[in-house]
Ligand binder design. Structure first.
Ligand SMILES: [Zn+2]
Length: 186
């Protein structure tokens, strides 16, 4: 007799945008010294880890296609970020980057640039994530659209703005978004 194969080991995750969500965004950060978390971000991320969530970053970095950010510089920035988070046991389990832009470099119309869900779907497959138990936090509509397309619950970090998409939960900052998630999943 053949039973349907059900993966009981699917994990829950929180997908996070980078610029404007975790850190201030001066635009095209090339130097690790220019990367600064908003206050309390590492501590807040550690609470998600303690609650059993994987942490996945999904970030559009078109500065690479534009020739503004060398790939090695992006690596250096992410190494710094991960090192800082490690001190709080809050480092990302995986970081996914879309380096493309439809108007620059190879002018690639890719499926990994948010709002497309290519990278989130890749993470779901790579890390055996259950989208139904997972959340996506970001400060732009493209973050919410990516989450919806991947079957993840979106939370937008802003208030009082009229969205073209309805029914998306908002929070005024990362801490508030994490409170929402922890309340829902407890
Ligand atoms: Zn891409």
């Amino acid at each position: 007799m053949v039973f349907a194969k059900i993966d009981l080991n699917l994990r829950k995750a929180v997908f996070l945008d980078r610029d404007g969500t975790l850190n201030s965004d001066p635009g095209y950060i090339c130097n690790p010294d220019d990367f600064h978390f908003f206050p309390g971000v590492p501590q807040t991320l550690s609470r998600l880890k303690e609650a059993g969530f994987l942490l996945v970053m999904v970030t559009n970095q078109s500065g690479i296609a534009r020739g503004i950010i060398p790939p090695s510089a992006l690596c250096a920035v992410h190494n710094k970020l991960q090192k800082e988070l490690e001190r709080f046991k809050a480092s990302f389990d995986r970081i996914y980057v879309c380096p493309h832009h439809p108007d620059f470099g190879k002018k690639l119309v890719c499926k990994c640039r948010k709002p497309f869900a290519g990278l989130a779907l890749q993470a779901i497959s790579d890390l055996s994530i259950d989208p139904k138990q997972s959340y996506g936090i970001g400060d732009k509509e493209s973050d919410a659209l990516m989450a919806i397309a991947a079957g993840i619950t979106p939370i937008l970090l802003r208030e009082g703005i009229c969205f073209s998409i309805g029914g998306v939960q908002t929070a005024s900052n990362l801490q508030e978004a994490v409170e929402l998630i922890l309340r829902k999943s407890s």
